[in-house]
Design a protein around this ligand. Structure first.
Ligand SMILES: C[S@@+](CC[C@H](N)C(=O)[O-])C[C@H]1O[C@@H](n2cnc3c(N)ncnc32)[C@H](O)[C@@H]1O
Length: 280
C-alpha cells in the first residue's frame, strides 16, 4: 500500500508479501477496480489509469457499485436455492460484503473458494478472507479452467458431486476472443453437477461504442486487458444454461429489491449485463 494507507483493515500487505508479479508501477485491473469503488488498495499508477478511464466514461463507478449489488443479490438468491458451495473466479481485492460473508448471512456453513490470478489479490485475500474455515483462497487462471477445477484446495473444499455456484463477475471482459471465452465457460459449466449455477456479469459497450477503443487502449498497459463487447457478443456466454428470470439484463434490472435506482440508470441501454443460469 502507499505509505500511510490502511489497506482493507488488517495491516499492510507488503510488496514482498505479494509474491512475484507484483509491480506498483503497472496499472493493475484489480486495484483500478478498487479505486473505482472508493477503496484504498491502489497506487498512483492505478489511480492515473483509472482517472483516464473516467474521462471517457464517468459512469464507471456507478456500474461497478451496481456490480457489487448484483453480487449480493445473486449470492442471496443462490443461497435461497439451496446452494452451499461457491467458487468465485476473478474474486478481486477484498472489499465490503464479500461472497462468503453474504453467503454466511443466508446459508450458515456455506463454503467459498476465491480464485484469482493476481498476486496482490491473493496476498490480500489470504490475509483478510481466509480467517474462516469456510474459506479457501487459490491461485488460478480462468484461461486454464482445468487447473482450477483440479486444484487440491478447490477439490478438498468443494464437493463437485453436489451443486456448486460459480461466479464469473466482471472477469470475462478481460478474456480476449482468442482465449475462446465461450469454450472456457463451457468447460466450467460442464464440470458442475445438476442443480449447480453459474452467475456472470460483463461490461457492455452498447451505450458508448465510440469510447470503447480509448478504454481498451488504457487497459492495454494494465495487468489485464479490457475487451469491449456489445450485448450480442455477451449473451452467447450464457448458452447451455437455464437462465433464471429475468434472464440476461442490465445489473440494476436483475431481481431488483428496491425502486430507488440512480436516475442516471433510467433509460440507459445495455451497459453492464448479468445473469444467473442453472446447469442442466
Ligand atoms: C474487476 S475485478 C472483479 C472482482 C469481483 N469479481 C467483482 O465482480 O466485484 C476482476 C478480477 O479478475 C481477475 N482476473 C482477470 N483475469 C483473470 C484470469 N484470466 N484468471 C483469474 N483472474 C483474473 C483480476 O485480477 C481481478 O481481480
Amino acid at each position: 500500500m502507499d505509505p500511510g494507507q490502511s489497506g482493507t483493515g488488517s495491516g499492510p500487505v507488503t510488496a514482498s508479501g505479494a509474491g512475484s508479479g507484483f509491480d506498483p508501477n503497472v496499472p493493475n485491473a484489480a486495484r483500478m477496480y478498487d479505486y473505482f469503488l472508493g477503496g484504498k488498495d491502489n497506487f498512483p499508477a492505478d489511480r492515473a489509469a483509472a482517472e483516464q478511464v473516467l474521462k471517457h466514461v464517468p459512469e464507471v463507478p456507478l456500474g461497478i457499485r451496481e456490480n457489487r449489488e448484483f453480487l449480493v443479490r445473486a449470492v442471496r438468491f443462490l443461497a435461497g436455492r439451496g446452494i452451499r458451495q461457491f467458487l468465485d473466479i476473478g474474486a478481486g481485492l477484498p472489499t465490503q460484503r464479500n461472497v462468503h460473508q453474504v453467503a454466511a448471512e443466508h446459508a450458515p456453513g456455506a463454503r467459498t473458494v476465491y480464485v484469482d490470478n493476481d498476486p496482490q489479490v491473493l496476498a490480500h485475500a489470504r490475509a483478510l478472507l481466509q480467517d474462516s474455515p469456510e474459506v479457501r483462497v487459490v491461485q488460478g487462471d480462468l484461461r486454464r479452467p482445468e487447473e482450477i477445477l483440479a486444484h487440491p484446495d478447490v477439490r478438498g473444499h468443494l464437493d463437485f458431486g453436489r451443486p456448486v455456484a460459480v461466479l464469473l463477475l466482471a472477469i470475462v471482459h478481460f478474456l480476449p476472443d482468442s482465449d475462446e471465452p465461450r469454450r472456457l465457460i463451457g468447460r466450467i459449466r460442464d464440470a458442475l453437477a445438476p442443480g449447480s449455477y453459474l452467475a456472470m456479469s460483463h461490461v457492455a459497450v452498447d451505450e458508448r461504442p465510440e469510447r470503447a477503443p480509448d478504454v481498451e487502449r488504457i487497459y492495454q498497459g494494465a495487468s489485464a486487458q479490457f475487451v469491449a463487447r456489445r450485448s450480442g457478443e455477451i449473451t452467447p456466454f450464457f448458452e447451455g444454461l437455464d437462465l433464471v428470470e429475468p434472464g440476461v439484463v442490465n445489473l440494476h434490472q436483475w431481481r431488483p429489491e428496491h425502486d430507488a435506482f440512480d436516475p442516471r440508470l433510467l433509460g440507459v441501454v445495455n451497459y453492464f449485463l448479468c445473469g444467473v443460469g442453472a446447469v442442466r
